[in-house]
Design a protein around this ligand. Structure first.
Ligand SMILES: Cc1cc2nc3c(=O)[nH]c(=O)nc-3n(C[C@H](O)[C@H](O)[C@H](O)COP(=O)(O)OP(=O)(O)OC[C@H]3O[C@@H](n4cnc5c(N)ncnc54)[C@H](O)[C@@H]3O)c2cc1C
Length: 454
C-alpha cells in the first residue's frame, strides 16, 4: 500500500501532502505534549471527500485524526499511531443564516471570528468564546466553552443539528432545527465532545443570539483570590445576569502588563461584562459593585465605551500568551478542572499552595461563574524532572476536583493528558463509553489512543 499515492488518486494531488513542515504542523497542538508526525496530511473540501478518505482508511485500518486550528491543549490532534491527519480547514463556508430562527449552518472549518463578522450584519452573534480563534468543528468536538458560558452556555447548548461522517463512510444527521425535542437518544450530545474518536463532523447547525442593545464592562481588584471567589458566588446567588465573570491572579496580571505595556493593578482581579438595555445595565453594575465592596474590593472601575471595553477584555484574552511570554524557550502546561461553585475558592487556594510547595511558576485564570479554572504551569519540556513535577501537581489537583464532586476537565477536553483520569471520574460508565466507541468505530481508526482509547 502506498498511502500518499492512493490518496492522490482518491482526491486531487493538491489535497494531499507529505511535506515535512505540514506533517510537523499537524503533529502537535498548543500543549506541552511531544509532537508525533502523521504519515500524510489530507485536505478534504466536501463531505464526499471526507467519506472517500474514511472508506479507504477503514478498509486498510489506517488511523485518521481530524485536525482544525490545532489550538487544543491536551494533545488531542497528535497522531500517536501515525496515519492520516485530516485537515478540515478548507471546509470553511457559512452555508445559511436564518436570522429569525437564530440559527446558522456552517462547515466545520469556519472559525469564531469569521462567523461573528458575518453575523454582525444580521444583529446576531455566536456566544462560545474560547481564548483561541478556534473552528466550529474543533469546538464541537471538544465541547468548548469560555468567558461567556456563565450566561449563554457551552458548545453542547448551541448545537442543534449535525452532519457526521462515520468511520465506515456512512453519513448521518443528528438533531433538528427545533428549539427542543423529546425524540430519541441525544446523538448531538454524543458527538459533541467526542474529540474526533467517533466520526468527522462535516456540517453544524448552531444557535446564535441577538446582539445586546447595550454592553458595559467592569473590573474589580481584591487583596485575595478568596475574596474574588466569594464575590463570584454572591453575584451568582443574587441572580445578576452577568455575561462574563472572569478571574485573573496577580502573577498573570503582571505578565499582561508587560506583554501589553499596560498598567492595570497587579492584584487578584475579577472582570465583568453585562449585556442588556441601558437602564438594566446600570442596575446590574451597581448591584455587582455593592457586592464587590461588601467583599472588600480595593478598586472597582467601569468601562462603557467600546474602546475601554476592548482594552479591558484584551487583557483577559491575552493572559495565556502574556504569561508564557515571560519565559522564552519554555512550554506551558495548562490545567483545567471544574468544581461546584461552593468549592471554587478552596480549589483555587489549594492550587496556589501546590504551585508554591513545588517551587513551580504558575498563573491562575478562571471562569469564576462556572467554577472552572486553569493554572498555567511553566515547564522546560526537555527537563523530565520539571515535567514530572508539573504532572504530579496536575494529578493532585484533578484528584482534589474529583473528590469535591467536580471533573478533570471543564472545557479543554481529555486528549492524551486526561486519559488517565477517565476511570476515576466515570467508574463503570467508562465501560459503556468504550462499548459505544467499539460499536461506531470497530476498527479503531478514529483518533486512536485518545479519550477512552488505550
Ligand atoms: C490561548 C488559548 C486559549 C484557550 N481558551 C480556551 C477556553 O477558554 N475554552 C475552551 O474550551 N478551550 C480553550 N482553548 C482550547 C482550544 O481552543 C479548544 O479546545 C478548541 O475547541 C479547539 O478547536 P480547534 O479548531 O483548534 O480544534 P483542534 O485543536 O484542531 O482539534 C480539537 C479536537 O477536535 C477534533 N476535531 C477537529 N475538527 C473536527 C471535526 N470536524 N470533526 C470531528 N472532530 C474534529 C480533533 O481531532 C481534536 O480531537 C484555548 C486554547 C488556547 C491556545
Amino acid at each position: 500500500m502506498n498511502l500518499y499515492a492512493d490518496l492522490c488518486e482518491l482526491l486531487r494531488v493538491d489535497q494531499v501532502t507529505q511535506n515535512d513542515a505540514e506533517r510537523m504542523r499537524h503533529g502537535q497542538d498548543e500543549s506541552y505534549h511531544r509532537p508525533q508526525l502523521p504519515d500524510v496530511v489530507v485536505f478534504p473540501e466536501s463531505t464526499d471527500d471526507v467519506v472517500a478518505v474514511l472508506r479507504y482508511a477503514n478498509d486498510r485500518r489506517t488511523p485518521v485524526v481530524p485536525f482544525a486550528v490545532g489550538s487544543s491543549l491536551e494533545g488531542h490532534v497528535i497522531p500517536v499511531r501515525g496515519g492520516i491527519s485530516l485537515d478540515m480547514m478548507r471546509m470553511n463556508k457559512i452555508r445559511e443564516i436564518r436570522r429569525d430562527d437564530f440559527l446558522v449552518c456552517v462547515e466545520p472549518g469556519v472559525c469564531k471570528e469569521q462567523l461573528n463578522a458575518a453575523l454582525k450584519r444580521y444583529g446576531l452573534f455566536f456566544s462560545v468564546d474560547p481564548g483561541a480563534d478556534a473552528s466550529m468543528g474543533g469546538m464541537a468536538a471538544t465541547n468548548a466553552s469560555g468567558t461567556t458560558t456563565v450566561r449563554y452556555g457551552v458548545m453542547r447548548d448551541q448545537v442543534r443539528a449535525l452532519e457526521v461522517a462515520l468511520p465506515d463512510g456512512r453519513v448521518i444527521h443528528t438533531g433538528s432545527l427545533a428549539a427542543k425535542s423529546s425524540s430519541g437518544y441525544h446523538l448531538n450530545g454524543l458527538f459533541v465532545g467526542s474529540e474526533g474518536t467517533l466520526g468527522v463532523i462535516t456540517e453544524l447547525w448552531l444557535r446564535v443570539h441577538g446582539l445586546p442593545e447595550s454592553v458595559s464592562a467592569a473590573r474589580a481588584t481584591f487583596s485575595s483570590i478568596a475574596a474574588c471567589a466569594s464575590t463570584a458566588v454572591a453575584v451568582m446567588g443574587a441572580g445578576i445576569p452577568v455575561a462574563r465573570m472572569e478571574l485573573i491572579d496577580e502573577p498573570t496580571m503582571r505578565g499582561v502588563n508587560r506583554y501589553r505595556n499596560t498598567s492595570f493593578p497587579e492584584a487578584p482581579t475579577l472582570f465583568f461584562e453585562f449585556h442588556g438595555n441601558a437602564s438594566g445595565l446600570q442596575q446590574d453594575v451597581s448591584a455587582v459593585r455593592e457586592i464587590a465592596e461588601g467583599e472588600g474590593c480595593a478598586s472597582f472601575s467601569v468601562e462603557t465605551t467600546e474602546e475601554g471595553r476592548k482594552r479591558l477584555w484584551d487583557s483577559r484574552h491575552v493572559s495565556y500568551p502574556a504569561f508564557r511570554a515571560q519565559f522564552p524557550g519554555k512550554r506551558s502546561l495548562a490545567t483545567d478542572v471544574c468544581v461546584p461553585l461552593t468549592e471554587f475558592a478552596a480549589a483555587v487556594s489549594y492550587t496556589r499552595s501546590l504551585l508554591d510547595e513545588a517551587g513551580m511558576i504558575g498563573g491562575i485564570v478562571g471562569h469564576a461563574g462556572d467554577g472552572n479554572f486553569h493554572a498555567q504551569i511553566i515547564v522546560d519540556p526537555d527537563d523530565p524532572q520539571d515535567v514530572g513535577k508539573a504532572h504530579d501537581l496536575t494529578d493532585r489537583l484533578v484528584h482534589y476536583a474529583l473528590t469535591s464532586g467536580g471533573t478533570c476537565t471543564g472545557e479543554h477536553g481529555v486528549g492524551l493528558g486526561k486519559r488517565a483520569y477517565q476511570s476515576a471520574e466515570h467508574g463503570s460508565s467508562l465501560e459503556l463509553m468504550r462499548s459505544i466507541k467499539q460499536l461506531i468505530d470497530p476498527n479503531n481508526i478514529m483518533n486512536p489512543g485518545k479519550l477512552v482509547g488505550d
